[in-house]
Design a protein around this ligand. Structure first.
Ligand code: ADP
Ligand code: MG
Ligand code: ZN
Length: 474
């Protein structure tokens, strides 16, 4: 490859307000077609928009999450274009005065600058395949508040683009701005990409690939487009500035419209909505209410708690699981044992049942007490897993459960000695074989002891005693 790719992204994220941005219709995803529309969001003449200030607060949170400046003053403009999913024939957006500017995010050691974040309204959805030859319009999504995040052309590879989007998605989730469900379209990415010869600092002509809705398709679209543009440049051609669409089934991009057909949006200030003014006090309050961002949390988990980086990453990738972990170790700071139980056992249970960690049947306190019992040697590690399973399916008190199920390990040597004597006398051959040097047999004998003694056997004690007793055999 002789060329360096230069990539800038425009990311649309639906914000988690209850109602839409200029009316009181529900902004929730889904719903029966056109059940969440009113005269305002369906663009009937004579209606007036009223700005939902909650959208400004969430956009400001996005600004802090992405290390931007949050501006006191922002304002709306009209972006005029005609398309059937936009019944007003213009979109209300922030063009001249965006709410946030000048951010940056570090991805794998490189800073990717964010030019701006602005608020706008989403358009509706066209459904093309329900009836032959007919397209239907669903306006439920019209007027759902979006932020658009525009980066500088600082990204250089497909992987960097993917990592950047992944990080944006996670930060927005942590900030409570967007649920970042790419598969539901709540986060959508436009990729701008151009090539230049290595060593050059003059950017080439870019193509824009619209509406990518998975990390995988972002990577594949960039790879395809890099290939396509380098072939053009190799044979001395020129890349034309155009908008392209990525077809996931075919793994290719194709042209939607060229620069000549590009829209003239005839932006002008939206006359029906006053500018948005956020006072210094409001901005400070929003800043102070920001939660810890995933990067900070990762540092805390690895540096302070000593978790392995891959474990820490897995944990922070699910905010509610990570919050549950945090609450548990706040009660009982046994960082690694709690992390092990959460990442191995709890995550498996959650995946199997497709449940989420934000409505579990047990509390962080119950998990804390379970781990504590195991740490103190009152129950075995396996018993801790079994208790977690019970807590997960039916809740309850871990200490009571441990007692009821006979998980409390007995330190009674006499009981154990009796069992071990029995195992030794029933497995004379194995004992001899072990004494003759076959180390592996010990595991088998241990297994027999544990099977006889049940979960209440203290494994450490049983092991010591078994060794001792075998040594005594003559
Ligand atoms: P427009 O207003 O025409 O959409 P912008 O300057 O706002 O153009 O850029 C839109 C996006 O395209 C931004 O994410 C920006 O980083 C990216 N971009 C601009 N120039 C290039 C280029 N030469 N190669 C790749 N991306 C670019
Ligand atoms: Mg653009
Ligand atoms: Zn409405």
């Amino acid at each position: 490859m002789k060329y360096q790719s230069v990539i800038g992204l425009e990311i649309h994220a639906e914000m988690l307000t209850n109602s839409k941005v200029f009316c009181t219709c529900s902004a929730e995803f889904g719903g029966a077609e056109n059940s969440r529309v009113c005269p305002r969001c369906s663009g009937l003449p004579g209606t007036l928009p009223v700005f939902n200030r909650g959208a400004a607060y969430l956009a400001a949170r996005a600004g802090f999450a992405l290390e931007c400046t949050v501006n006191n003053y922002s304002a709306f403009d009209r972006k005029n274009y005609f398309y059937p999913d936009l019944p007003k024939a213009y979109q209300i957006t922030q063009f001249t005065y965006p709410i946030c500017t000048d951010g940056k995010i570090n991805v794998g050691g490189r800073d990717i600058r964010i030019n701006r974040i602005h608020i706008e309204e989403d358009a509706g959805k066209l459904v093309h395949d329900d009836y032959e030859g007919i397209s239907m319009a669903d306006y439920n999504r019209c007027g759902v508040p979006l932020i658009e995040i525009v980066t500088e052309p600082d990204i250089r590879t497909a992987e960097e683009a993917r990592d950047f989007v992944e990080q944006i998605a996670l930060r927005l989730k942590y900030a409570g701005v967007c649920d970042s469900r790419m598969e539901q379209g709540s986060l959508r990415v436009d990729v701008n990409i151009s090539l230049m010869p290595y060593g050059s600092d003059v950017f080439g002509t870019r193509a824009e690939i619209k509406n990518l809705n998975s990390l995988k398709s972002i990577v594949r679209a960039i790879e395809y487009e890099t290939e396509r543009q380098s072939e053009i440049l190799d044979r001395g051609g020129e890349v034309v500035q155009e908008t392209r669409r990525y077809n996931d089934n075919r793994g290719m991009t194709n042209s939607l419209r060229s620069k000549e057909e590009a829209h003239d949006y005839r932006y002008f200030p939206e006359p029906d909505i006053p500018p948005v003014f956020l006072s210094d006090a409001e901005i400070a309050e929003i800043r102070n209410s920001m939660p810890e961002m995933p990067g900070k949390r990762l540092e805390r988990y690895t540096n302070e708690y000593g978790l392995r980086e891959e474990d820490a990453r897995l944990l922070i990738s699910d905010k509610s699981l990570s919050d549950f972990y945090d609450e548990t170790v706040r009660i009982y700071p046994s960082y690694k044992p709690v992390a092990n139980l959460v990442l191995v056992e709890l995550l498996r249970l959650l995946n199997e049942s497709e449940a989420s960690a934000d409505n579990l049947k047990f509390t962080p306190d119950a998990l804390a007490r379970t781990v504590k019992m195991a740490d103190e040697g009152r129950i075995s590690k396996n018993a801790a897993k079994d208790i977690l399973k019970i807590l997960f399916s039916s809740g309850g008190d871990p200490v009571y459960t441990a007692g009821e199920r006979g998980f409390i390990m007995s330190d009674d040597e006499d009981d154990l000695a009796e069992i071990i004597d029995k195992v030794i006398s029933e497995n004379k051959d194995s004992v001899e074989s072990y004494k003759a040097g076959n180390q592996k047999v010990f595991g088998f004998l241990m297994g027999q002891v544990v099977r006889e003694a049940g979960k209440s056997a203290n494994p450490k004690l049983a092991k010591d005693l078994l060794m001792k007793k075998i040594r005594e055999v003559r």
